[in-house]
Design a protein around this ligand. Sequence first.
Ligand code: GDP
Ligand code: MN
Length: 355
Amino acid sequence: MKLLEYEAKQLLRKSHLPVPDSKLIASIADIVTITTPIVLKSQVPTGGRGKLGGVVIVEDANELNQTAKQLFTLDIKGFTPNALLAEEKIEIQDEHYLSLLIDRDTGTIRLVAHRDGGVEVENNQADDFLNIPIDNDAIDSCAVELATYLRYDITLISPFLKQLYRAFIDNDATLLEINPLIYTKTNELTCSDCKMELDDSASFRHPDWQFENTAPNANFVTLNNNGTIATIANGAGLAMATVDAVATAGMTPANFLDIGGGANTASVLAAFQKIVSFPHISAIVINIFAGITRCDEVARAIIAAKQQMTDLPPLYIRLAGTNFEEAVALLSAENIPTLATLEECILNAKEHTHA
Ligand code: GDP
Ligand code: MN
């Protein structure tokens, strides 16, 4: 799983790595707590923000509000942020690239570095990079190589690299990339940007892993704000098939949603809340094929979520798989009908839309 910059930096801070001071701006109202100069950074799950206007240094306090508003609406590679990171402005002496990553071919960790970091890093020649295997036993010699390559004193590099390596291991990371690693005008290193990916299969030993992209409905995709049919399905393939069936029937799907294996009251409720914010929805098609997910769990979630929503459009539900009969019984007790096939859901939704 990929983390947002501010989430990755929280983990770095916990591992005692130097990170600029910052505040998270969750909405425009929070901007009053900020003083200039400041760097405002769009928290989208993609890199290359600097070149696309997603990282802005604000010197003039009068421009804070306007710049923050623009950043909240600026589309970066298909993403708009839920939050901005307002970060202390660092005076740069030098920018470097430094990363640790899993080399899947050899099952080892590699350290990759470049003297010239920053937004143009991919323009560097491949053979200019330092690219060496690293592990706990080799860490001292790696630090010497890195210090020599970046031309810093070993007393600066060694503790930094040891903490970075610890952060990588302790967090079960598969990628930890610092770009730029800034050498400041006061001769210190700081992690100015961080891209971090964690090993999903290690999540069982990290109960504290609560990140934005694992939040309910992180993969809710708006297809058309004026769409008339909303969709909820489990599994990306089934979700796409559901959207396609709506479109094939001549209606406009408003969204794509793979609600995932753990469809629960919170995730169904979050989906309903998003759906009712669309202006023209006339029906919600729910298409669940339960394997590990149990239909009765989904049914309970739908019932509980529906009870909390008064203005919900009609639901057309197809459930199949594990505990299907129990789910149908639960739903019909609440007067929520279920249909045998997706096609029937679509037909009913269409009739209702035309009525
Ligand atoms: P990315 O483009 O998504 O990788 O975003 P970064 O966080 O790496 O920011 C892009 C560039 O903005 C960096 O390479 C820096 O040159 C510049 N930048 C970011 N923070 C600061 C800062 O505190 N001070 C200065 N002077 N430049 C910064
Ligand atoms: Mn960067």
